[in-house]
Design a protein around this ligand. Structure first.
Ligand code: ZN
Length: 184
């Protein structure tokens, strides 16, 4: 059962928290587009009835990328959402490559709900690599990102066949686009 007012207040909360932040691509897309897309991917792939999942998707980057605390989320959106957001939060104290390795190691141990959010997040980032990649990334860096995403995917897949299929489709499309870009 989904209560629209809760979804909307999560959107409002995330939009306020991510205010002034942008995606890394050249279009200067406001950051909030990313969590909206992650939630939409879940809703469009069979998860539209799970309120806590959609809210966690909307909030999945607020602890990692803003000053938001777990307590704030627990108070406003409850324990289930809070735990899910925490599961989706990288340990920013670690250097970048260690964070990446930790994601690979942790993926198979994540809860089913967290696997879904993480998978939709990866799908969204792969779409961005093709549509509006981070400015200044070389083809090699983009390919390395795709290879790493695939390694994380090995630990995430198996909880929603539609999401698995979409991941594979988007990964193939992104690889093709990169290969084509090296031919011109
Ligand atoms: Zn994200």
């Amino acid at each position: 059962m989904v209560h629209n007012e809760k979804i909307l207040s999560a959107l409002e909360f995330a939009a306020t928290k991510h205010k002034g932040q942008f995606r890394k691509g050249s279009y200067q897309t406001p950051f909030i587009s990313h969590p909206i897309r992650v939630a939409a991917i879940l809703a469009e792939n069979g998860e539209g009835d799970s309120e806590s999942l959609l809210i966690a998707a909307i909030l999945h980057d607020v602890i990692e990328d803003t000053e938001t605390t777990a307590n704030e989320i627990r108070t406003l959106f409850g324990e289930t959402v809070c735990n899910l957001v925490l599961e989706c939060t990288d340990n920013k104290k670690l250097p970048g490559w260690e964070q990446k390795q930790e994601q690979v190691n942790y993926a198979p141990k994540a809860s089913v709900a967290a696997k879904k959010v993480k998978l939709a997040d990866k799908i969204c980032n792969i779409m961005d690599i093709r549509e509006d990649p981070p400015s200044g990334w070389s083809v090699e860096r983009k390919l390395a990102y795709l290879t790493w995403s695939e390694a994380v995917f090995q630990g995430l897949k198996g909880v929603n066949p539609a999401l698995d299929k979409l991941f594979e489709k988007e990964l193939t499309k992104a690889k093709q686009t990169l290969v084509q870009s090296t031919r011109v």
